[in-house]
Design a protein around this ligand. Structure first.
Ligand SMILES: NC(=O)c1ccc[n+]([C@@H]2O[C@H](COP(=O)([O-])OP(=O)(O)OC[C@H]3O[C@@H](n4cnc5c(N)ncnc54)[C@H](OP(=O)(O)O)[C@@H]3O)[C@@H](O)[C@H]2O)c1
Length: 250
């Protein structure tokens, strides 16, 4: 089960955290990769690691807050692999601010990366998937797209938008064999989580709401991505798999 050998994937936000784990898990499953992030140095070391696993790997830097960069990333990716079978829209940012203090610049930056880039990259890469009647678009949303979180107005709104745009893509493209789904994690141990919840008090407050009693690990998110990318998940489209340790049952 879950045999992905021979597939080609693009993973955004692959330089660290969840994206890095997804890239490595895809490579271990036999997938050739294009990895992208804003900065290059961590991408190069990841590319070397992926090549050691026996898979092709190309690194492309792009600032997904800039629409021309999104289009350039899509063009360069298509030049390397004319058909990307699996697109993992993972890159994301969070600017924790109270609703009163949320600045227009952080709202726009959050939406440009979390929503606009995710949609237009999918739009740019879907045609070859449609032509071969097989594709997987996997969007890393968040439990914050499903429930409210204090100091995260722009982030919650952006992830709610990811949930909806993922459903519309599923509605329009599933008939061509292209599924679109979200993975919605709770707090996962990454640099982003450390930035958003830096103090013992902030961590304890988040932990108190997770019935499983711990934060998630990046490999637990990657495992769901491997499943959604597989043939076995062909009937799942427009859905969201939560990895929230039970947070959202309350
Ligand atoms: N960690 C959590 O608790 C958690 C929970 C739920 C959902 N998520 C979601 O999971 C995804 C990954 O989160 P993470 O925790 O792994 O984050 P992270 O550790 O902060 O890594 C974010 C990744 O996104 C890239 N990125 C940021 N800004 C970018 C830009 N302008 N253009 C291109 N790439 C950019 C970063 O590249 P550079 O290093 O080059 O900037 C990095 O590779 C995000 O969508 C996040 O919202 C995370």
């Amino acid at each position: 089960m879950f045999d992905l050998r021979g597939k080609k994937a693009l993973v955004t936000g692959a330089s660290k955290g969840i994206g890095r784990a997804i890239a490595l898990s895809l490579a271990k499953a036999g997938v050739d990769l294009i990895i992208s992030a804003r900065t290059g140095s961590e991408l190069e070391s990841l590319a070397a690691e992926v090549k050691n696993l026996g898979q092709a790997c190309h690194a492309i830097t792009a600032d997904l807050a800039k629409h021309p960069d999104v289009l350039r990333l899509a063009d360069e990716a298509k030049n390397l692999f004319p058909t990307i079978d699996i697109l993992v829209n993972n890159a994301g940012v969070s600017h924790p601010e109270s609703a009163i203090e949320t600045a227009e610049a952080s709202w726009d930056h959050t939406f440009d990366i979390n929503v606009k880039a995710l949609f237009f990259l999918s739009q740019q890469l879907v045609q070859p998937m449609i032509a071969q009647n097989w594709g997987r678009i996997i969007n890393i949303s968040s439990q914050a797209g499903l429930i409210a979180l204090e100091d995260h107005a722009a982030y919650c709104a952006s992830k709610g938008a990811v949930e909806m745009v993922s459903k519309v893509m599923a509605l329009e493209w599933s008939k061509y064999g292209v599924t679109s789904n979200c993975v919605a994690p709770t707090v996962i141990n990454t640099p982003m989580a450390e930035m958003a919840f830096p103090t013992p008090e902030a961590k304890a407050s988040m932990l108190s709401r997770i019935p499983v009693g711990r934060f998630g690990e990046v490999d637990e998110v990657a495992a769901i991505v491997i499943f959604l990318a597989s043939q076995e998940a062909a009937m799942i489209s427009g859905d969201t798999i939560k990895i929230d340790g039970g947070w959202t049952v309350q």
